[in-house]
Ligand binder design. Sequence first.
Ligand SMILES: C[S@@+](CC[C@H](N)C(=O)[O-])C[C@H]1O[C@@H](n2cnc3c(N)ncnc32)[C@H](O)[C@@H]1O
Length: 221
Amino acid sequence: MSLLDSRLQTVLSLIPAGSILLDIGTDHCKLPAEGLRSGRLAGAYAADIKEGPLQAAKKQLAALGLSGKIPLYLSDGLKEIPPETLKQVTAVAVAGMGGEIIEVILDTAPAEPPLWVLQPMSAVYELLDALAQKGYAVTAGALARDGEKFYRVFAVQKTGIPYKADYFGMIRQDPLYFPFLEKEQRRVETALAGLCSAKAPDEGRIAEAEKLLDQIRKAMQ
Ligand SMILES: C[S@@+](CC[C@H](N)C(=O)[O-])C[C@H]1O[C@@H](n2cnc3c(N)ncnc32)[C@H](O)[C@@H]1O
């Protein structure tokens, strides 16, 4: 049985088969462990900023008979990952964190990996805008669903060429595309109603929400 829920399974599906993965913010180490067990990954490393999650990862790997197979690092993003490890890595996953933290992790990486696979829990549009401004081309996108909750996953490669973000193009072929957009439309409509009924309406935020709603409606056509 897979160790992964649909969110992490979708993250794994965007990591090319045969990759050597570095999982940043690994916590329980489920993603690299399942990637190795299933044969999708050729190798894996994992890192976390806190000691507690690394201890949990160690226990998890021992229980799976994978002790020593996935080197674990205490590291803020990629900062403390040895250069010789970074040279081997072909894909870096950053999943289950806020978009702002993901952006900082990209900005502070001491070396640029061939591929990033990102799964933000919040600030998704802000992250997509930042990726576009910084010239990270989106090479693939996917959606995951867990009950009423949707998650977005995208793979990006740095080209250094800035572009205007297209929020939905990369998930257009996903079977969850329309259910996701319907949910997103309701969410933004509710947020907009709240912003408009505030005692001191914030015109900037209202304009942003209206713009996003317009993009969602266009994406649904
Ligand atoms: C919510 S868990 C996500 C675990 C797993 N990646 C997933 O998607 O299920 C977030 C993990 O990221 C770690 N983390 C947060 N900021 C980090 C950073 N700057 N560098 C490395 N790990 C970080 C936290 O300690 C925590 O274990």
